[in-house]
Ligand binder design. Structure first.
Ligand code: NAD
Length: 481
């Protein structure tokens, strides 16, 4: 099957699609074929200046802030409708620049529409407090916007990750400059198109694509931004935080993970194997909250590993456009990183059950679904994020030991529990240190459930009602009558 997309894409600044100031372009590759498919205008620091200035003007104009909150909500519903008109184009670009299947690309649109509708519906429900100060006073609080929100997005799910932050920012009256990921930038430009068609005020949303080291760094350290939402790796997050510290501006940090699922002795093995396999092989493991570790009761360890091996080996790995089960990694660089860490695992003495390297004979960046057993907590593969389809299995003997192993990394994004015993499920969930705990189904939750990290996985929450609180600051108004 072949699909065609536009071969040159421009940045969206101040309500218009524009070339980069330098005229340079970034080549976008199809990870399933390792061939170039399109070019985008490369945003440089001068373009970031222009986008921030547009967002500043839009904020200072007070257009969004002076709309009734319900009207800001209606705007999100309108963006969702216009996004629906672009579903086939978006599915095509998600397939071509990100390696997803067409069905997964369509699902990304449906998910993004849910975010827009969810936050659109909340626009008029963020209420302040009236604080009693006694006779002669009235006091109330307002959820005031920060101003210009700078948002930096990774390549694994740019559309829903970017759009949910934009929606939260707009319904609370902020304006946005978003840097799309250089490896898979295209779907966010179609989101910009939907914003323009829906009538989002000029300059309220600006979407630019550039490299992290210049455009990303220029945005994070810009003197005229008021707020940062960063989703990406810990190392980059730390450099963004240093820039934010210079100007003392607030950040939402959604960073990496090495999320572990505990499989207790009474777990339903068949269901656990299915859920655990989906938790690590979905989108080839390129999901921050992937279930990349399994901590399994010794009595059923080999049985679960055998079932997982069947799950892994039955997956058809290949281009998403051909309807395969598991697509490529995003780049040759990412594939090399995952393969190199697998070699470390073998050298450390972990048992390679299946996989361990690239898929032979395919031109794109395809990695085999991989399982490591006998993984000890002192091994690097226990601690380091693969961001690929690799799960490591560690046995345990007592529930206390399982919790200690699960909590034994520097990350704390997600964690899981598999058991038929509700009391044991609560006991374990209570002791796991992570932003979200999945019981008996990896990724149990949705748009409505708050999502974010503890420890080095970051702080602040996206999704759910909590997310909106990351985009506002409390302003108190005290009145002497
Ligand atoms: P990355 O940190 O390399 O890049 C993320 C974004 O930051 C990109 O847009 C990149 O251009 C930009 N960037 C790079 N250097 C920068 C700099 N110096 N200043 C400002 N911006 C810069 O991460 P990645 O490899 O693209 O994504 C994978 C990582 O993201 C993984 O660690 C994964 O766990 C994490 N992630 C987290 C979540 C979450 O919600 N917690 C979601 C998706 C991905």
């Amino acid at each position: 099957m072949t699909i065609r997309i536009k071969d040159y894409w421009r940045n969206f600044i101040d309500g218009e699609f524009v070339d980069g100031a330098s005229g340079e372009r970034i080549a976008v590759e199809n990870p399933a074929t390792a061939e170039p498919i399109a070019e985008v205008a490369r945003a440089m620091p001068a373009d970031i200046d222009r986008a921030v200035a547009a967002a500043r003007r839009a904020f200072e104009s007070r257009t969004l802030w002076e709309m009734r909150p319900a009207a800001r909500g209606d705007l999100m519903f309108a963006v969702a409708r216009h996004l629906g008109d672009l579903v086939e184009e978006i599915a095509a670009v998600e397939c071509l620049d990100n390696g997803k299947t067409l069905a997964a690309g369509r699902n990304e649109v449906a998910l993004t529409q849910r975010y827009l509708q969810y936050y659109g519906g909340m626009a008029d429900k963020l209420e302040g407090r009236q604080i009693p100060l006694g006779e002669g006073f009235i006091d109330y609080t307002v959820h005031a916007p920060f101003g210009v929100s700078a948002q930096i997005v990774p390549w694994n799910g740019p559309l829903p990750v970017g759009a949910r932050s934009v929606a939260c920012a707009l319904v609370t009256g902020n304006t946005v400059v978003l840097k799309s990921p250089e490896d898979s930038p295209l779907s966010l430009f179609l989101f910009a198109e939907a914003c323009a068609r829906a009538g989002v005020p000029r300059g309220a949303v600006n979407i630019v694509c550039g490299y992290g080291h210049d455009a990303g760094a220029a945005l994070a350290s810009h003197r005229d931004i008021d707020h940062i939402v960063f989703t990406g790796s810990v190392a980059t997050g730390q450099s963004v935080l240093r820039a934010a510290a210079e100007r003392v501006i607030p950040c939402v940090m959604e960073l990496g993970g090495k999320s572990g699922g505990i499989v207790h002795a009474d777990a339903d093995l068949e269901r656990t194997a299915r859920s655990a396999a989906r938790g690590i092989f979905h989108h080839a493991g390129q999901i921050c909250s992937a279930g990349s570790r399994l901590i399994v009761h010794r009595s059923l360890c080999e049985d679960l590993i055998a079932r997982l091996k069947v799950e892994a080996e039955s997956r058809k790995v290949g281009p998403g456009i051909d309807g395969c089960d598991m697509g490529p990694l995003i780049s040759a660089r990412q594939l090399a990183k995952v393969e190199a860490l697998c070699k470390v695992g073998v050298a450390e003495g972990a048992r390679l059950v299946t996989g361990g390297g690239r898929v032979p004979g395919l031109k794109g960046h395809f990695m085999q679904p991989t399982i490591f057993a006998d993984v000890r907590p002192d091994m690097r593969i226990f601690h380091e994020e693969f961001f690929g389809p690799v799960v490591v299995v560690t046995p345990f003997d007592t529930p206390e030991e399982a919790v200690a192993i699960a909590n034994g990394t520097e990350y704390g994004l997600a964690a899981g529990v598999y058991t038929r015993d509700l009391k044991l499920a609560h006991w374990t969930a209570d002791r796991l240190v992570a932003g979200q705990i999945y019981v008996n189904e990896w990724w149990a939750g949705g748009v409505e459930t708050p999502f974010g990290g503890t420890k080095r996985s970051g702080y602040g929450r996206e999704k759910g009602q909590e997310a909106l609180l990351g985009y506002v600051q409390t302003k108190n108004v005290g009145i002497r009558l």
